[in-house]
Design a protein around this ligand. Structure first.
Ligand code: HEC
Length: 202
């Protein structure tokens, strides 16, 4: 009996080893998927495809918003960090005034001073604000709050409504005061093939 039992154990063990021998190498040879995820759809890509050509507003979405509607958006979603009337708050300094300050030693990074083209304001707010929930505003809310900030900067009347056409038509005070830096050490030539090795300077 004993020997029969050990033989059957032995057979079982051999069978198991054989099974391992069959499945082992096969598992190693099987190509491992890189698991790159699923193909992106046009629909999901559209949410990221929000570039705006800031010089003329090409790519701005449909929708519109008034200064009055923008004041409500601002007070509910922006005031806590940017302060009443965008004069400066807990998280950022003033977003109004400062027009002409680029010529002085105390330059002010305000909407009226810092943006050569008004569509930049829409693009920035749509992408980045409110800081805690970027891209949560609708296009109408983004147009509206842009209108409110432009109005506070004295650039459009209180009755103004901003949309893709009227926003691009707003002339920013510093439009012609930005220039391309032509110093040689700021020039970068784009290279996509056979590029020279960049030597470490430090
Ligand atoms: C939680 C705080 C917070 C909230 C809420 C918030 N912001 Fe900001 N905002 C910031 C900070 C911080 C910066 C500076 C970011 C940087 O320089 O990278 C900034 C920068 C900006 C700028 C660029 C500065 C300029 O003068 O052009 C604009 C425009 C702006 N915010 C608009 C808004 C609007 C509109 C809202 C509401 C829809 C909003 N923010 C809500 C914190 C906030």
């Amino acid at each position: 009996m004993r020997s029969v039992k050990s033989i059957s154990l032995l057979l079982t063990a051999t069978a198991l080893l054989a099974a391992c021998a069959v499945s082992g190498p096969a598992a190693v040879d099987k190509p491992v998927s890189p698991r790159l995820g699923k193909a992106v759809t046009e629909q999901s890509l559209a949410a990221w495809n929000i570039d705006v050509r800031t010089t003329d507003g090409l790519g701005l979405p449909a929708g519109s918003g008034s200064v009055a509607a923008g004041k409500l958006v601002y007070e509910a979603q922006c005031l806590a960090c940017h302060g009443a009337d965008a004069k400066g708050g807990t998280m950022f300094g003033p977003m109004v005034g400062g027009i002409g300050s680029f010529k002085t030693n105390t330059r002010m990074l305000t909407v009226g001073s810092m943006y050569p083209y008004a569509p930049i304001l829409f693009d920035y707010v749509r992408r980045a604000m409110p800081l805690t929930a970027p891209q949560s505003l609708s296009n109408d809310e983004t147009y509206a709050v842009s209108a409110y900030l432009l109005h506070l900067n004295g650039l459009i009347p209180e009755s103004a409504v901003m949309d893709r056409t009227s926003l691009a038509a707003v002339r920013m005070p510093n439009r012609d005061n930005f220039f391309v830096d032509t110093r040689p050490d700021t020039q970068a030539v784009r290279c996509l093939s056979n590029c020279p090795l960049i030597s470490a300077k430090n």
